[in-house]
Design a protein around this ligand. Structure first.
Ligand code: NAD
Length: 468
């Protein structure tokens, strides 16, 4: 029985909706469907709890530590729920929960120095960061717990209270974490609601929250921004990406293939910052395609519960259809599947890890975010041209440059329009202490580090004359 958490109590929905196991394509659980009245109750409970929660930073730090301990202790119970609803292998589900613990402890321990601008014979001026109030947090289905915790941990530490809504594809682990954390937090500080859309739109239009922290697609992000405009809610948007990896001509395909492959195929490609397209010099193109294809053919794709599974199914039917459609389009346009290229013939949303060669810009799978296990490798002749193509499009989330010459790689990295650029690895900058956020239409604002926490505050200037 999965229940919502409102004002510290477990609450069933007035109705329920089915949650599907992507490894079978069959429903395996019911989740509560939040009514508008219940959403009001959650928002009001968060607003009431905020009055005291915002006052005591030490108490908040202690509560975050208790929350981390609680998740750590429950990880073996929670990981199978995450695997069942999301599809990822059990060890990845455990890693995701371990990450939540790291994030909670990071924010509990984060030292925030007072920002005293002036304290002299003429006067005193201090910058104070004040919590906003209630935060509405909305998450997608690829990393339900990681992405919820990127919001919950800094929002609570800063002194806000939270109403979080997971994706209707993956509501269960977040609901279970919401119930679990009531042992660590005062009632109303963290509320979890679940439901089918338009629950998300109702949250963004609701008058109580002062901030929306949203992770999801760019299309939905635009709707969230429009809704926030009505009463000028604060906004952080973590959106889509079409993240390029640019290979320089002195790279060794065999040496980089493992890291490049996992930069693209981790979580079955369903990572906002996964490598989504590779630009390879003509001279290296064939060798790199083959090195990646060897890995794609040998990786073990299976149900997340199966021993030794490295990749699971895609999370949901629309995403499975989208990836299958993008690959079919590319093959019709003349691309060659060096590995994969088709669904796996079994129930559930399994797709062959796919490496595509012989295609260029103007193909949908190159120009759009595929968010799945299919990677196009594009040959280039001129590096400046490759950089320009890597920067084309509306996204700017992450990018990587690959070369043994670190200075040269850094020069190319400086040309790339992305919130994070890494060298000889992809996505190394995802850490609690580094800001994560997209340029261009990949987002607005950042999460993580002190910068992420500041996003849950408004500045207040406190001034007075000098003490007599
Ligand atoms: P989505 O935009 O369809 O849904 C995200 C969340 O928004 C869900 O909880 C959904 O129920 C809710 N929602 C739907 N309509 C809404 C509305 N009008 N107002 C408010 N909320 C609404 O995204 P998805 O398919 O769940 O996730 C995949 C996308 O998320 C990809 O584009 C991926 O790149 C992106 N993503 C970004 C990051 C990042 O940090 N930048 C991380 C993970 C995923």
């Amino acid at each position: 029985m999965y229940q919502m958490t409102i004002g510290g109590s477990p609450v069933p929905g007035a109705g329920t909706f089915e949650v599907i196991d992507p490894a079978t394509g069959e429903p395996f659980a019911q989740a509560p469907d939040c009514t508008p009245d219940q959403l009001d109750q959650a928002m009001n409970a968060a607003a009431a709890a905020w009055r005291t929660w915002r006052r005591d930073d030490d108490a908040r730090r202690e509560a975050l530590r208790r929350a981390a301990d609680a998740i750590e202790a429950a990880a073996d119970r929670l990981a199978p729920i995450l695997t069942a609803e999301q599809g990822k292998p059990l060890k990845d589900a455990r890693n995701e929960l371990a990450g939540a613990v790291v994030w909670l402890r990071y924010y509990a321990d984060l030292e925030l120095p007072r920002e005293i601008v002036q304290d002299d014979a003429r006067g005193y001026a201090e910058i104070v960061r004040r919590p906003l109030g209630v935060v509405a947090a909305i998450t997608p289905w690829n990393f339900p717990i990681t992405l919820a915790m990127w919001k919950i941990a800094p929002a609570l530490r800063a002194g806000n209270t939270v109403v979080v809504k997971p994706s209707p594809y993956t509501p269960l682990t977040t609901l279970a974490v919401g119930e679990l954390l009531q042992q660590a937090l005062p009632p109303g500080v963290l509320n979890v609601v679940s439901g089918r859309d338009p629950l998300g739109a109702r949250m963004t239009a609701h008058p109580v929250p002062r901030k929306i922290s949203f992770t999801g697609s760019t299309a939905t992000g635009r709707r969230v921004a429009a809704a926030a405009a009505d009463d000028l809610k604060r906004l952080t948007l973590e959106l889509g990406g079409n993240d390029p990896a640019v290979i320089l001509d002195d790279a060794d395909p065999e040496q980089i293939a493992d890291r490049l492959f996992w930069g693209a195929f981790g979580n079955n490609g369903q990572i906002c910052l996964a490598v989504k397209r590779v630009y390879a010099p003509e001279r290296l193109h064939d060798d790199l395609v083959e090195a990646l294809a060897v890995r794609a053919r040998s990786v073990r794709v299976d149900a997340g519960t199966a021993e030794g599974a490295q990749l699971g199914p895609l999370n949901n039917r629309p995403q499975f259809d989208r990836v299958a459609g993008l690959v079919a389009d590319a093959l019709r346009d003349g691309a060659v599947a060096a590995a994969g290229g088709a669904p796996i013939d079994r129930p559930g949303y399994f797709y062959q890890p796919t490496i595509l060669a012989g295609l260029g810009d103007g193909t949908r799978i190159v120009d759009e975010e595929q968010f799945g296990p299919a990677l196009p490798v594009i040959a280039y002749r001129d590096l400046d041209d490759a950089v320009e193509r890597a920067n084309a499009g509306d996204y700017g989330l992450t990018a990587s440059v690959w070369s043994p010459d670190l200075d040269r790689a850094a020069q190319v990295a400086a040309e790339l329009e992305a919130g994070q650029v890494s060298v000889n690895v992809h996505g190394l900058g995802v850490r609690p202490d580094l800001p994560f956020g997209g340029h261009k239409q990949s987002g607005l604002g950042v999460e993580n580090g002190p910068w992420g926490l500041y996003g849950f505050t408004d500045l207040q200037v406190l001034t007075r004359p000098a003490k007599p």
